[in-house]
Structures are given as C-alpha cells and as structure tokens.
Design a protein around this ligand. Structure first.
Ligand code: 13P
Length: 262
C-alpha cells in the first residue's frame, strides 16, 4: 500500500508533552530529533517539545548550539496566572518565555484532575500566556463516563467556552482535544468520533472568533503513535497532535512526524 501524506490548509503542529519525564540524560533524544528534522526529509508541520520546566533552558541552549532554533519550538506544560508572587512551586508564563518557551500547555486533563483546575482558572492561564507573548495550547476532553452518557460535545463545548478568553487568535492559541480515556491508555477514538468532535470545535471557534476561528489549530491528543498517526492526522480539522508517551523517544516522535513528510 502506498503511504498517503496528509495535506491540510493550516500548517499543522506536532507537539510532544513530556509530562513529568526527562532529566539531563534525555537531552540526547532532542539531539536525535533535531538531527531528523535537519536531515533530508522535510516535514510540513511545526514541531515542538514541552519538557519539564527544569529542562527548558538547557534544551534552549542545546537548540541554539545545534542551530535548530527555527526547527524545534519549546513549550512549558503549565503556568501560573500571575506574573510573579508568593506561589511556591509555580512558574509564570514570563519565566517560561525567558527560559526559551514560545508556548505553554494549559488545562491539561492531568492538571484539571490532579490539581482541580477549573475552566475559569484555565482561562486565566490562557490570558497569562498571551500576556507573556506565548501561544497557549489549551486542552479539553471528556471522560469515559461522559462519552458513554452521550455528553461529549456538551462537555467539550462547555470547556471550550469557559476556558478561552476573548482575543484568541490563530497565532496565540491552539486547541488540543484529548479524550481523557484515550490518554496513556492505548485506546483511541474512531476516526468518525474524532471527526465529529473536531468539526464541532471548529464551528464553535468560528462562531466565537470569526475568521480567527477558521485558522486556529485544533490538535488531537491521546495515544497517538507512529502506527495510528497517518489515520488520525488525516481527519478533517485535525491540525496536528499533542503527543505524550510517544514523544519521549526521537524514534517514536519522528514516526509520528512522518505523517506530515513533505
Ligand atoms: P499519551 O500520548 O501518552 O496518550 O498522552 C497524551 C497527552 O496527554 C498529551 O498531552
């Protein structure tokens, strides 16, 4: 079977969310990834790694030394809504920016569940990202219980409305649809299920933000791996992926990028 490469109007983004994984020893994965990105193959997508905050400035320096600043973007995994202050353990969007990030993930379901983050708090974090000049990668997604109850569109619609401030544009905001039950489980929704949600999100973004809503990227996340990336990335209104486990090695991550091989 000949491999079909995915063609889409919007330039897709494939972002790796390392979550609480990665120490200095794992920087070699980024080195290897940059080698792939600098090799003979061309990928028609933007590529980003969101490492733990402890590695951001080290990876930014590595990227500079490899002359790969344009090839690989870096992002944070969360930020506090404030610029600075008495918030032990937190990191501000401005700090991430200074460390080399151009984006930050906000409202990931693990933050929503582990830290009880609400749509209102996530919205404040999106505003913080914009204030600092970062692109907010805002995550939404339904639980298995909500999907089984037939509430998926209602749930993600509410999260989308509640978690996005006014003034979102295609350059300062990316949406990531990540069904909670698909994260780290090896399970993925069918392409029809992904298509249904992404179309609903596209329409909701257009209603709220007009033209900007047509060009804002909507990523799919949840058990994306080299073997299912082609199929998932070909779904209408899927403009890239937010990848967890499979972003930890250059080999797997490159296998996902291959869906966009030019
Ligand atoms: P997995 O790719 O490991 O399922 O994680 C998805 C995710 O949560 C990315 O943010």
């Amino acid at each position: 079977m000949t491999k079909k490469t995915v063609k889409t109007k919007l330039r897709p983004l494939v972002a790796g969310n390392w979550k609480m994984n990665g120490t200095g020893a794992d920087m070699k994965q980024v080195r290897a990834l940059v080698k792939t990105l600098s090799g003979n193959h061309r990928y028609a997508c933007d590529t980003m790694i969101c490492p733990p905050a402890t590695l951001l400035s080290r990876l930014a320096a590595l990227r500079t030394s490899l002359k790969a600043s344009r090839k690989l973007a870096l992002g944070g995994q969360d930020c506090h809504a404030a610029v600075s202050g008495a918030h032990t353990g937190d990191v501000s969007a401005e700090m991430l920016k200074e460390a080399g990030a151009s984006a930050v993930i906000v409202g990931h379901s693990e933050r929503r569940s582990d830290h009880g983050e609400t749509d209102k708090q996530v919205k404040a974090k999106v505003e913080a990202a914009h204030r600092a000049g970062l692109t907010a990668i805002m995550c939404i997604g339904e639980s298995l219980k909500q999907r089984k109850a037939g509430d998926t569109l209602k749930v993600v619609g509410k999260q989308l409305r509640g978690s996005l401030p006014d003034g979102c544009t295609a350059s300062n905001t990316v949406i990531a649809y990540e069904p909670v039950w698909a994260i780290g489980s090896g399970l993925t929704p069918t392409v029809e299920q992904v298509a249904q949600v992404h179309l609903a999100l596209r329409k909701a973004l257009q209603r709220r933000f007009g033209e900007a809503g047509s060009t804002m990227r909507i990523l799919y996340g949840g058990s994306v791996k080299p073997s299912n990336a082609d199929e998932l990335m070909a779904v209408p209104h899927v403009n890239g992926a937010l990848v967890g486990g499979a972003s930890l090695t250059a080999r797997d991550f490159s296998g996902i990028l291959a869906a966009y091989k030019a």
